[in-house]
Design a protein around this ligand. Structure first.
Ligand SMILES: CC(C)(COP(=O)(O)OP(=O)(O)OC[C@H]1O[C@@H](n2cnc3c(N)ncnc32)[C@H](O)[C@@H]1OP(=O)(O)O)[C@@H](O)C(=O)NCCC(=O)NCCS
Length: 157
């Protein structure tokens, strides 16, 4: 039976647990030098960063943030959004949680009014995002660090 996922907004009390998720995915999916970037991101207490729990244990996190904005009828709307720092405990990968997070991420981006969702992926994760119609817009050899290539992708919403 599939266990229920509980989503909560990021709170600083889980910073270390998020870093543990990162460490469990490093160096397979992240270059070691990315850890400081992730820590700085978490230290800024990102409001839109979401935590995902199963039975009280943090198993995944991700966030969708507005990027470019436009004024329409006096109100701000996001033209584009970015999917940032999506990561799942390796023990839980391959069981459909990534698909559920993508569905949530796409809904959030649409709610923001975004027309595109940008993803700064790696050559390791890009095949996953391709399954959600993400298209590559730029590739940079060793863009994240040695042997971790950067693949910038977009999903048209
Ligand atoms: C990438 C990631 C989010 C995918 O989550 P997941 O829970 O394993 O994905 P799912 O189980 O929902 O898989 C959905 C489909 O994508 C495929 N898939 C998942 N990860 C893949 C990968 N890295 N490469 C190729 N295919 C992949 C699955 O085989 C499955 O295919 P199917 O529909 O044909 O059966 C997860 O592996 C992860 O957290 N990786 C480490 C962090 C990372 O790289 N994040 C991206 C940074 S931008």
């Amino acid at each position: 039976m599939k266990k229920e996922l509980l989503y909560l907004p990021y709170v600083s009390a889980v910073l270390d647990d998020c870093l543990k998720l990162f460490d469990a995915n490093c160096p397979e999916y992240f270059a070691p030098n990315e850890r400081d970037d992730y820590k700085s991101f978490l230290e800024a207490s990102p409001d839109a960063y979401e935590l995902c729990f199963i039975s009280g244990k943090l198993i995944a996190a991700f966030g969708v943030f507005p990027e470019e904005t436009a004024i329409s009828g006096g109100a701000f709307a996001a033209r584009a959004a970015s999917l940032n720092w999506i990561l799942i405990n390796p023990d839980m990968q391959g069981s459909g949680i990534g698909t559920e997070l993508m569905s949530r991420a796409l809904s959030r981006a649409r709610l923001l009014g975004a027309q595109t969702l940008k993803i700064a992926a790696s050559h390791k994760s890009a095949p996953f995002f391709k399954k959600f119609a993400a298209k590559t817009v730029c590739e940079k050899q060793d863009g994240w660090g040695p042997d971790m290539h950067r693949i910038d992708m977009v999903i048209e919403l």
